[in-house]
Design a protein around this ligand. Structure first.
Ligand SMILES: Cc1cc2nc3c(=O)[nH]c(=O)nc-3n(C[C@H](O)[C@H](O)[C@H](O)COP(=O)(O)O)c2cc1C
Length: 168
């Protein structure tokens, strides 16, 4: 059974436990790498054509507008070989209680018939918010399994919980 980790993650200024910090490697990317290593899964990064601003305030502004518009946010590279994979770990930072529009665009672009999606996210609050419910409505044909969520700031200390989720 071939497995793939698909994820989006951002670098730059972010609010971490309520304080603005400069992030050099996104929290979701760190989690994506852990899952890939534990499962021997290939990785695919969703990269927006126009990168999100590294200014936290500007990023908040842009993403809020994208959320309100609900339109496509184009990404650079299409995924060439989704057919090869049965299991997809789909990772994202929680933005506005769900996945960012660039991830929604990716999900809308593919058919997932016969595939199982395990969502995972990092966030400030510790939950997947509306993401699982929204994925069930958007990822055509996929079986959506219960996801994994952790605070971005705790991503280095969640191996036991991650392992338990991956082994379920
Ligand atoms: C535009 C924006 C919106 C966010 N909205 C939420 C939110 O609704 N709930 C939450 O818990 N965290 C929210 N966060 C915090 C991120 O989910 C969190 O910092 C995450 O770990 C970042 O992951 P990354 O480093 O992979 O981009 C938001 C962050 C940004 C930049």
């Amino acid at each position: 059974m071939k497995q793939l980790v698909v994820y989006f993650s951002r670098v730059g200024e972010n609010s971490v436990n309520g304080r603005i910090e400069i992030i050099k490697k996104g929290f979701t990317e760190i989690l994506a790498e852990k899952i890939s290593a534990k499962k021997g899964a290939a990785m695919f990064k969703i990269e927006p054509v126009e990168p999100y601003p590294s200014s936290y305030e500007e990023c908040v502004k842009r993403s809020r507008k994208e959320d309100q518009d609900g339109g496509r946010v184009p990404y650079l590279h299409p995924l060439p070989n989704l057919d090869e994979y049965d299991v997809i770990y789909l990772g994202f930072p929680c933005w506005w209680r769900t996945y960012p529009r660039v991830v929604a665009t990716f999900v809308n672009d593919y058919k997932f018939v016969g595939k199982t999606i395990y969502p995972f996210c990092t966030n400030e609050e510790g939950s997947l918010g509306l993401a699982e419910m929204e994925l069930k409505g958007s990822a055509r044909g996929a079986i959506i399994k219960p996801g994994f969520a952790c605070k971005g700031s705790e991503v280095d200390n969640i191996d036991a919980a991650l392992e338990a989720w991956l082994n379920k």
